[in-house]
Design a protein around this ligand. Structure first.
Ligand SMILES: [Zn+2]
Length: 211
């Protein structure tokens, strides 16, 4: 669990890579549907443009479908779910959860990170004006397309999402704290430091060297 900009997708991928876990990202499923202009994609696009979070029921049905694929023999790491108390209970009853990683990021840092994101208007490559700058300002390194902010990355929409996130997440964390092992990790450090902190908390081997 972690707010936008906390790097939860990146951290999940690193864990999935080294521990043969299936990475299930609700955001990726939605993005795929937006890019491929499906009916679900159109619904998601409208919601995001208004700066709101996608409806809980929609998220839940997407996750249920995804988990029935059973391509996760060694387990899975999921991000973007659960989002409310009911979903958390469903999850606890149906699956054997080893732990909950709660990536903590102060609101000012969320603003700073999210509002510096850019995406290529032509090929869709992501840029971050703090970490991954394009060689030429406002221009995609790959295709030369113009870089733009995502439709939903403006201060007003973001402030709404941050408030909604905290409101929704607090009761969830409480449920998991009662029943499971919640590791709250400071996400303002570097990707490698955050990953190392997660592994230390769960007694996992340190990251292997990847050339
Ligand atoms: Zn491009």
């Amino acid at each position: 669990m972690g707010i936008q900009g906390s790097g939860k997708g990146t951290q999940a991928k690193l864990l999935a890579r080294d521990f043969e876990l299936e990475h299930i990202s609700v955001g990726d499923v939605f993005r795929w549907n937006v890019q491929h202009h499906t009916k679900l994609g159109a619904q998601v696009r409208r919601t995001m443009a208004s700066g709101r979070l996608v409806d809980d029921d929609l998220v839940e049905s997407v996750v249920r479908d995804r988990l029935t694929a059973h391509d996760w023999n060694y387990g899975f790491i999921i991000d973007g779910f659960p989002r409310n108390a009911r979903q958390a209970e469903f999850f606890l009853e149906g699956y054997d959860i080893d732990g909950v990683i709660n990536l903590h990021l102060p609101d000012e840092e969320v603003q700073r990170r999210v509002l510096s994101r850019r995406v290529c208007s032509q090929c869709g490559v992501d840029y971050n004006l703090m970490a991954h700058r394009p060689a030429r300002a406002d221009t995609c390194d790959v295709c030369g397309g113009a870089l733009v902010a995502r439709e939903d990355d403006n201060p007003e929409a973001l402030a709404r999402r941050v408030a909604e996130y905290h409101e929704q997440t607090r009761p969830l964390i409480e449920i998991f704290e009662r029943k499971e092992y919640v590791a709250t990790i400071d996400a303002s450090a570097s990707v490698d430091e955050v990953q190392a902190a997660i592994r230390a908390r769960f007694d996992l081997a340190a990251p292997a060297e990847h050339a």
